[in-house]
Design a protein around this ligand. Structure first.
Ligand SMILES: Cc1cc2nc3c(=O)[nH]c(=O)nc-3n(C[C@H](O)[C@H](O)[C@H](O)COP(=O)(O)OP(=O)(O)OC[C@H]3O[C@@H](n4cnc5c(N)ncnc54)[C@H](O)[C@@H]3O)c2cc1C
Ligand code: SF4
Ligand code: SF4
Length: 1003
């Protein structure tokens, strides 16, 4: 079952799914587009998407699809790298509702889980039992167990624990004829499963000679079906006692044989202690050669970091101190060798064994021994981040994953990597190597431009790599699966007879070819350009970008990159008809990192909705499809695009957390400018945007404007009239604004400030934003008092008839021209001070940081850069001055615990640790950071009736429960809207850090 699905069938499918299931039925073009890609280079539009609610929804959907002859494609996190999760099928997304742990048997060390459960979430629950599921893939924060089983995924510690196939004990799964079959140990099978087992066993017997001759004898072989369960060929047998488990046939089948309903997993004891030895090598070859000897010491991981990664880490100020702890001189490569066990004391001799071994190999003194946990953890983080930096290369050439997990026996690893490096060089490319040296699977991605000659080079490199794999008797597919990029190599790897046996297996389990057709059996060519996300010229529909004149400056993205040196051309020379906007959007490679729920901000709207649409990736995909004309004319300014961007709170979490730096907050400003340009602004938009302009007048009539929250029914009226939620109180207007009551004695003239800056540098200009100035003037006064008490000369800007503003409220409504007018006025006023080296100190993170972010992409030139270079948040300034030994005030103890909520923009700019540093200046203070994403208020977002529920869900995700749990703590929150959200949701007052410091000043 494959080929084209006609429109009428698709309509009927959607209708029947809507009538017969409770799930979300998504058949519109943008929704389908969001499910057309995984983390590979491919894109195939699905027929439609179902997000099922219940098991019966899945069973019903399979039945309807069977009736209508529409293929079915099961999906978890969609993080596959080979295109196995793309297809012209009904995509069924398990990740929203099928994430329960059904059963844990701690004594036996087993768990039964639903397929949409994410690995990290399972392991978080298992921790209390001292257990974990040890297939520790790098995508553990987003990979689902169903997807991991589908791909036969493998983790960094596979040398100790094996691949997915070694850790699955059973599976309950639907077959395409609707049968629900139980797959497990062959000895206990009955019914349909027993019949399948007998059939596969017969095939294994029949092909015994070919299996023995053709099958790669390495543990890291994930290509094809696991026909060898009846005739084990893996270095590591699939079961400890040599018995056969039929569930292993489904593992690595990429959803082509059955649809997994639940999995039974084998758990492992959580290692209580770990030590790390970092071996430094003068040549890459030596590192590769040493791996075969090191594994004999029984490590749990041997991971490679090559010179490029080392250099990238050294170049990054955040990582440099950590990577330096691992280095002896400037090595060409390092191997991270980990030993794990019950006690640290018993592991320390293993590090000595490693050092001795290296001595015997002629490398004495090459091991850095790390016994403590913190430096080990930091180093693993750097190894991950190095890869992210590599993936953030701008321009059309990108590191492409297609031969990145060939596995070769360890004794040949050095020769293989040398030879492949030569192959890259011959094709004008180069690779950065990393990952699993322990099992002969090194990741390497040559840089290719898939929009131009990438496909030709890809085939040529693949063919030469395959020849090397054959020479060294390795596996062509060793970790990420076959999908579209390696499917055609299955027959090459196993030969025609075994390939026929695979076909027979498929027929036995899925005779109608319902499940994920075109994967494993009858795959297309890897370089079929019609399947590429970026089809090159000459393809049936080459990738094109529409013409757009952006309102922000995206030229930094509009570049080309050299595939060997990675050097990029000058900004604006990349030939992007959208001025770089599309290329910035295309930086999203669909790795799915934004689907995470751990520490960090990205992505709050996904965290509460779990909808692909409300995820950074979903937004980037929708923008990419619109900007390349794939969603029809005017899609960029359509209602569908608006809905996709609507729940983006502009938190800038992705700017920091996305490995490739997709900055959706900025993209939302750009989008809104075009969308509102087309459709016009609402009254509410104008009311929010122009707040800085009318705030002066409003503060003269506070009693009138505050009536909205006092008069019964008034709030409801404003909800109906303006769309502002009646459930929200609004910020309270007051007549004693900062500009009307500045304590003159606190502030110095411009001349005195410039003189102080010249004399001893102890000078600052306090930029008071609309919110602090209008609603919480005490914060600004407090900041000035603290700075004054510490001996600083403080100036503040005065403007007749109003005040200076950064333009934030205009940006939030897409009024970029007006924002530009505001911020350029501010920059002009600040410029003489900034040029004289006076720090520009601000209180509201979103306002001050506008000077360091959006103001730099509005075409304001060097003055904007000069001001940005001096712009610091209050706490950043104090932390900097304290580090320099210049900030000395006497503070008394707070006497209570201090809880800190970081504003999203503070997090995005790494400005949370300075607040902690400043809070630690308070005697006896042990401030604790609340692990929270966005507070949910996000400027005007949470005040809007249409967003109220989502806003509260964001706050309830972690912030408000943490505040409630600490009834006596002082809550510090520097964001105006965060303080409002805390007051609304937990009825607690939160303070700006300036207020807290001021209250603790002595004398
Ligand atoms: C940056 C990055 C790093 C990675 N690192 C690793 C790594 O360290 N190790 C590794 O092995 N892989 C790695 N991968 C690949 C990928 O993340 C893993 O294979 C992961 O396990 C896939 O999980 P998923 O939930 O995203 O699966 P998906 O991509 O959604 O699905 C994977 C396959 O399983 C099938 N499937 C999903 N659910 C079901 C079901 N219920 N029934 C039947 N079939 C189903 C799908 O049809 C598909 O064929 C990496 C990928 C990226 C982008
Ligand atoms: S937006 Fe960033 S984190 Fe999310 S999938 Fe794209 S590249 Fe990955
Ligand atoms: S800005 Fe925030 S809400 Fe918007 S996509 Fe990025 S992380 Fe998600």
């Amino acid at each position: 079952m494959s080929g084209t699905v006609h429109n009428d069938v698709s309509l009927l499918l959607a209708k029947r799914l809507a009538e017969e299931t409770q799930g979300q039925v998504l058949f519109d073009l943008p929704s389908r587009g969001r499910y057309a890609t995984d983390a590979s280079i491919y894109q195939i539009m699905p027929v439609g998407v179902l997000v099922p609610h219940s098991e019966s929804d899945i069973a019903t959907a399979i039945a309807i699809a069977r009736d209508l002859k529409v293929p079915v494609l099961a999906r978890g996190g969609g993080t596959s790298q080979c295109g196995q999760t793309t297809g012209a099928a009904l995509v069924i997304d398990n990740s929203k509702h099928f994430r329960r742990i059904l059963h844990v048997n701690a004594e036996e060390g087993t768990a039964v889980v639903e397929p949409g459960l994410v690995l990290d979430h399972l392991n978080a629950r298992l921790k209390t039992h001292g257990l974990w599921f040890p297939v520790d893939v790098s995508t553990s924060a987003q990979a689902t167990l169903g997807g991991m089983a589908g791909n036969n995924s493998c983790g960094s510690r596979s040398i100790a624990y094996g691949n997915m196939v070694h850790n699955v004990l059973g599976a309950s799964a639907w077959l395409s004829d609707g049968t629900l079959a139980e797959f497990g140990p062959v000895s206990g099978l009955s019914g349909r499963a027993a019949k399948v087992a007998a059939f596969v066993q017969g095939l294994a017997r029949q092909h015994g000679a070919e299996i023995a001759a053709q099958w790669p004898k390495v543990m890291r072989r994930v290509g094809g079906y696991n026909l060898d369960i009846f005739d084990n060929q893996s270095e590591r047998p699939y079961t400890a006692d040599g018995s056969v488990n039929l569930a292993h046939l489904l593992v690595g089948a990429e959803g082509t044989l059955a649809y997994t309903r639940s999995l039974t997993l084998k758990l492992a004891e959580l290692p209580r202690a770990k030590v790390l030895g970092v071996v430094n090598f003068e040549s890459f070859h030596a590192a590769m050669d040493a791996a075969q000897h090191i594994v004999k010491l029984g490590p749990t991981a041997v991971e490679l970091v090559d010179r490029t990664m080392i250099e990238l880490s050294l170049a990054n100020p955040a990582f440099r101190p950590t990577i330096e702890t691992a280095l002896i001189g400037r090595p060409a490569a390092i191997l991270l060798v980990e030993f794990a066990g019950a006690h640290k004391a018993e592991l320390l001799p293993r590090l000595k064994d490693l050092a001795d071994l290296m001595g015997e190999l002629g490398l004495p003194g090459s091991v850095v021994q790390m016994a403590e946990d913190a430096p080990q953890k930091n180093l693993w983080e750097v190894r991950k981040a190095g890869l992210n930096i590599m993936m953030s290369l701008k321009g059309d050439g990108k590191p492409v994953s297609f031969i990145e997990d060939c596995a070769v026996p360890l004794q040949h690893l050095a020769e293989y990597t040398d030879a492949l490096t030569e192959v890259f060089a011959r094709h004008g490319s180069r690779g950065t190597w990393y990952a699993h040296a322990s099992v002969g699977t090194l990741h390497v991605r040559p840089i290719l431009d898939m929009r131009r000659d990438g496909a030709q080079k890809m085939r040529a490199i693949a063919e030469e790599a395959a020849a090397l794999v054959r020479k060294y008797k390795g596996a062509y597919s060793g970790e990420h699966g076959d999908g579209l990029c390696r499917g055609e190599w299955i027959e090459w790897q196993f030969g025609p007879a075994i390939n026929d046996a695979f076909r027979a297996i498929k027929h036995e389990l899925d005779a109608i070819n319902l499940f994920n057709p075109g994967k494993i059996i009858d795959p297309p060519k890897m370089d079929d350009a019609s399947l590429f996300r970026f089809p090159p010229p000459g393809a049936p529909t080459p990738y094109k970008r529409i013409d757009i004149k952006p309102v922000l400056d995206w030229s930094a993205w509009d570049v080309q990159a050299d595939p060997v040196t990675e050097a990029t051309t000058a900004p604006g020379t990349g030939g992007d008809s959208t001025g770089g906007l599309a290329k910035a959007v295309e930086m999203c490679n669909n790795n799915g990192h934004c689907r995470k729920f751990d520490a960090g901000t990205m992505c709050p709207s996904y965290r509460v909705t779990r909808d692909e649409q409300h995820l950074t990736r979903g937004r980037a995909n929708t923008l990419r499809l619109a900007l390349s004309g794939q969603l029809g004319p005017d899609a960029f300014t359509s209602e569908a695009m608006f809905e996709t961007m609507d729940l983006c709170v502009g938190c800038k979490g992705c700017k920091r957390d996305c490995p490739t730096g997709v900055d959706m907050a900025k993209m939302k400003v750009e989008f809104l400018a075009h969308y509102k340009g087309h459709h016009g602004h609402t009254l509410k938009d104008r009311l929010v945007a122009h707040l800085p302009a009318y705030s002066r007048l409003a503060s003269r009539l506070p009693w009138l404007l505050n009536l909205r929250d006092r008069l019964p029914g008034a709030a409801l009226l404003t909800e109906q009239w303006l769309g502002l939620s009646a459930k929200r109180s609004l910020p309270r207007w007051r007549s004693d604004t900062f500009w009307r009551r500045p304590d003159a004695a606190l502030f110095s003239s411009l001349g005195a400030t410039l003189a102080a800056a010249k004399a001893d540098g102890r000078a600052a200009v306090l930029f008071v934003d609309t919110f602090n100035g209008s609603f919480e003037s005490e914060n600004a006064i407090a900041a000035a008092r603290v700075l004054k008490a510490a001996g600083y000369t403080v100036h503040t800007l005065q403007k007749s008839g109003g005040h200076y503003c950064c333009g934030r409220t205009y940006l939030a409504q897409g009024m970029v021209d007006q924002a530009k007018a505001r911020v350029s006025e501010l920059i002009e006023a600040l410029l003489p001070l900034a040029r004289a080296g006076v720090a520009v100190v601000g209180l509201e993170p979103s306002c001050l940081l506008t000077l360091r972010d959006e103001a730099l992409v509005m075409g304001l030139g060097e003055p904007a850069e000069a001001v940005a270079a001096q712009a610091l948040l209050f706490e950043e300034f104090i932390a900097r001055e304290a580090r320099a030994g210049r900030f000395a005030v006497k503070l008394k103890p707070a006497g209570r615990a201090i809880l800190l909520h970081g504003h999203c923009h503070q997090k995005a700019f790494g400005a949370v640790s300075p607040i902690l540093d400043v809070l630690k200046l308070i005697p006896e203070a042990k401030p604790e950071l609340i692990e929270s994403s966005c507070c949910g208020m996000a400027g005007s977002f949470g005040y809007e009736a249409s967003h109220y529920e989502v806003s509260m869900q964001m706050a309830e995700a972690s912030l408000l429960p943490a505040v409630r749990k600490a009834p006596d703590a002082i809550i510090v929150a520097d964001g105006t809207s965060c303080r409002h959200q805390i007051a609304d949701g937990a009825q607690r007052e939160a303070l700006h850090v300036a207020r807290l410091l001021e209250s603790l000043l002595t004398g």
